[in-house]
Ligand binder design. Structure first.
Ligand code: GCU
Length: 448
């Protein structure tokens, strides 16, 4: 058990990390380790399902389940679940939005992403100095541990040069170094350098330190600890919710740091972490803004649209662990048209806070369904308008490289499956959104 509490000097600012809530017990039942296939089969048995339909095949255009990239065949379902009509049929007003929000949240918890159990571990944070890089003035390594020592959440905070007061931050969900080292280095200035040069802090959070990205890992990590190592019930949290929960724990730590303005923390994620960033933004209203990059199916894309990745792909044994077990039933015998919620409602849960939906070019990033994400944002816009925020400023799908502005914004950049070229656009946009809210987003820009 690690309970050390340290107070760390940080130049003019003292970065004290208060110990947060202590962990609770998770029982002593023996850990039951299943393979992803075994656990997937177990969930199907619980649901009484013999087999699922296969996902879209993105490799073989002649396969019977070949991926669809034909816009004319994308909309197989009739309409979308209502956003601003309550379950009892009444129209939602600004006054009744909180109750409607709670209804939508409950559907996402029960059917899609799962619930965070009350036994989720309490986390205590420690901070240690780390070498300054990328033009940062000071870097701290954060480690969040539960009382059993079974969990060790990793994050790094880099403070910008020249700024001494509390600064806004971008909290990025980052892939482990071992993975990113296999890809070409990010072009300079990197996203970290860009954020720091604008007088904001960079927080790099490692989601796999909360939950392994594998169905075989569900007996450990936050999900395993909370469940005492027992396999998940159908409405228990999946990895996306656990990664989002971990981002919230990092935000808890940021709230105790005098050098960070925790009311101005924007969350960023790409691809599966784009999905998790959107889930975090939707469920945890403390996040001030989100940059959701190429999130696709299970993220900002309308789930029921048949274009690119399908619900069936995510329900397969390679990706099902991202979701609650209950989600699998929409891949057989039910279909995506039976989903009681869709991505426009997930985005609406973020309203009125600023959300920037980013995607690459229509060829290289087709799997994520760029238009499906735009349509979800357009359908979420009435919630932004209802709450007095700026909805998407155009209902028309924009050409490549054109920002559709609003507190809810959308832009397709010229590159592929990356957030890369949209970073300067996002940072300008967030700064402008912050100025409108009289909550300046940029700190004091300066170069290292
Ligand atoms: C696959 C998967 C996507 C996911 C992506 C990633 O392409 O189908 O849903 O977003 O991996 O995270 O890299």
């Amino acid at each position: 058990m690690h309970t050390t509490r340290r107070s760390v000097g940080l130049g003019a600012v003292s970065l004290g990390l208060m110990g947060l809530s202590t962990a609770h017990g998770t029982g002593s039942a023996p850990v039951q380790t299943l393979t992803a296939e075994e656990d997937h089969r177990r969930l199907l048995d619980l649901l009484g399902i013999a087999r699922l339909r296969p996902g879209a095949d993105g490799q073989n255009p002649h396969a019977s389940n070949a991926v669809n990239y034909d816009e004319a065949r994308a909309d197989r379902c009739v309409g979308l679940p209502a956003l601003l009509t309550s379950r009892d049929g009444t129209d939602v007003t600004r006054g009744t939005w909180p109750a409607r929000r709670a209804e939508i949240l409950a559907m996402f918890e029960n059917e899609i992403y799962g619930r965070v159990p009350v036994s989720a571990p309490g986390i205590r944070w420690n901070s240690t100095p780390a070498p300054a890089q990328d033009g940062a003035r000071e870097v701290r390594g954060l480690r969040g541990e539960d009382a059993t020592g079974g969990l060790s959440i990793e994050a790094t905070v880099s403070l910008p040069p020249c700024v001494t007061g509390p600064v806004p931050a971008v909290l990025g969900l980052t892939f482990p170094r071992a993975l990113t080292d296999r890809f070409p280095p990010e072009p300079r200035p990197t996203w970290k350098e860009q954020v720091l040069a604008r007088g904001m802090a960079v927080v790099e959070y490692v989601p796999v330190s909360v939950q392994a990205d594998d169905g075989a890992g569900l007996a450990s990590g936050a999900i395993g600890l909370a469940g005492g190592g027992r396999p998940r019930a159908l409405t228990d949290w999946g990895a996306l919710r656990a990664w989002a929960w971990g981002a919230g724990r990092v935000l808890d730590a940021l709230e105790t740091m005098p050098g960070i303005d925790a009311r101005r923390v924007s969350i960023f994620g790409l691809s599966r972490y784009g999905k998790a960033a959107l889930v975090a933004m939707a469920f945890d209203t403390r996040f001030a803004a989100a940059f959701v990059a190429s999130s696709g199916q299970g993220g900002a894309k309308l789930m029921r649209r048949d274009f690119g990745e399908r619900v069936e792909n995510i329900a397969s044994s390679g990706e099902y662990h991202w979701m609650a077990g209950a989600y699998l039933k929409y891949a057989g015998p039910l279909t995506a048209c039976d989903l009681p919620v869709d991505a426009h409602q997930l985005i609406a849960l973020c309203a009125p806070r600023p959300v920037f939906i980013s995607v690459g070019n229509p060829q290289a990033d087709a799997w994520t369904d760029p238009r499906g994400m735009f349509l979800a944002a357009a359908a979420a816009s009435p919630a932004y308008a209802l709450l007095g925020a700026r909805p998407l400023q155009s209902p028309r799908f924009p050409p490549l490289g054109t920002l559709v502005d609003g507190d809810l914004a959308f832009r397709q950049h010229e590159d592929g499956h990356t957030g890369g070229p949209n970073w300067p656009v996002f940072l300008d946009w967030w700064t402008a959104a912050g100025a409108r809210d009289r909550m300046p987003t940029g700190g004091q820009p300066c170069t290292p």
